[in-house]
Design a protein around this ligand. Structure first.
Ligand code: NAD
Ligand code: MG
Length: 384
């Protein structure tokens, strides 16, 4: 029986994780769940999975949830302390890190320090603090399994191979909803156009990140740390069908790839059961039903956010955290109708231009850089 904590259980990844757990109650037990504001969904999850501990965003939400529950109740926590209590819950074997944004960093680090294995969906953890997190993972001898579909594909394509034989990692990207839109129309797209992803159903922030391709940029940085591979050996190919989830090219010219229909339950389950595999309910792949698979290079004029991510890695250690924070501010502003679509990447670039990169010696320093960049991006965008 594997005991799980799920940070962000009411989100897209959280719900898909619980879908796997529900189908395999003999293998998994839920110890703790955390949510933001969706108390009605959290209540249903508590009734079905009976965690011992839950956490919500604020003390008001905690009181509200307490009133909603009847009978046997879990311990109800709130805030960052509550996230840490869930992440370090003593009987959990593995923590599924599925909070969105840099808010995932501190609870994920707390779980690592408490010796928990991690199923990592929260890519922002490695974007903001990649080297420090990987050092923590090594020091605490925990396992870090990727949930992101591309990184799960790379992880699977590296199985049984020697790292010294790797020539290149090739991350695939769908290209999002604006892949073929005339460039001069990009600044006029609506919020709902941007939220209309062709292949994946995901939370709002990552869906906008997919439209700008900042998501792929964050994934390049995530891959850099997860697989200890320099950015020069990580390429991005646009592959609109999202059937090949990523590839590894070896020195002999052989390329290993992982294929499947786009459904996050497959990579989530692999992170939960590695090295074993379990049925997931994912629709079987029938290649004969497809009209073809295509691949091409990303156009950096259409997707400036992707080049900003490569730039951030070469600029210096604090720059990816600056880029990530500015992106979070700009995406939120776009989703609130305060700025246009092309202003997202422009705001990130200006925030990066005003930062002098430096090395990072602690997670506290990462949080400081994150806060600075949020304020700077807000200032540049005239928000408040
Ligand atoms: P989501 O918005 O659907 O869910 C986020 C969850 O985190 C919710 O439970 C929310 O309540 C909680 N949350 C948000 N902000 C919080 C905060 N400040 N404090 C505490 N809890 C907070 O997001 P998602 O699409 O499930 O994505 C989660 C993470 O997984 C992201 O880092 C994303 O990049 C990554 N990811 C998602 C997918 C996908 O298919 N959705 C695929 C790959 C990677
Ligand atoms: Mg991904």
């Amino acid at each position: 029986m594997k005991k799980l904590t799920i940070l962000g259980s009411t989100g897209s990844i959280g719900v898909s994780t619980l879908d796997i757990v529900a189908a395999h109650r003999d293998r998994f037990e839920v110890v703790a769940l955390t949510a933001g504001n969706n108390l009605s969904l959290l209540k249903r999850q508590i009734e079905i999975f009976r965690p011992k501990l839950v956490s919500v965003l604020t003390s008001e939400r905690a009181i509200e949830l307490d009133k909603m529950l009847i009978g046997d109740k879990p311990e109800i926590h709130h805030g960052v302390a509550g996230l840490i209590a869930a992440a370090t819950a003593s009987d959990a074997d593995m923590v599924v890190a599925a909070i969105v944004g840099a808010a995932g960093l501190i609870p994920t680090a707390a779980a690592v320090k408490a010796g928990k294995d991690i199923a990592l969906a929260n890519k922002e953890t490695l974007v903001t603090a990649g080297r420090l997190m990987m050092e923590l993972v090594r020091e605490n001898r925990v396992k870090l399994y990727p949930v992101d579909s591309e990184h799960s594909a790379v992880f699977q394509s590296l199985e049984g191979q020697s790292r010294k034989d790797v020539k290149r990692i090739i991350l695939t990207a769908s290209g999002g909803p604006f892949l073929n839109l005339p460039l001069d129309q990009l600044d006029r797209v609506s919020i709902s156009d941007a939220l209309n992803h062709p292949n994946w159903s995901m939370g709002q922030k990552i869906t906008i990140d997919s439209a700008t391709m900042m998501n792929k940029g964050l994934e390049v940085i995530e891959a850099r740390w997860l697989f200890d591979t320099p950015a020069e050996q990580i390429d991005v190919n646009i592959h609109p069908q999202s059937i090949i989830h990523s590839m590894v090219e070896y020195v002999d010219g052989c390329v290993m790839a992982q294929l499947g229909v786009p459904d996050m339950r497959a990579p989530i389950a692999y992170a939960l059961t590695y090295p074993g595999r379990i049925p997931t309910g994912v629709k079987p792949l029938d290649l004969t039903e497809l009209s073809g698979l295509s691949f091409f290079r990303p156009d950096f004029r259409r997707f400036p956010a992707l080049s900003l991510a490569y730039r951030s890695l070469s600029d210096g250690e604090s720059m990816p955290a600056v880029m990530n924070a500015a992106n979070e501010v700009a995406v939120e502003a776009f989703l609130k109708g305060r700025i246009g679509f092309t202003a997202i990447a422009a705001a990130i670039e200006r925030t990066m231009d005003s930062h002098t990169p430096h090395t990072l010696s602690s997670l506290d320093e990462v949080l400081g850089v994150d806060l600075w960049a949020r304020n700077r991006a807000r200032e540049l965008l005239g928000l408040d």
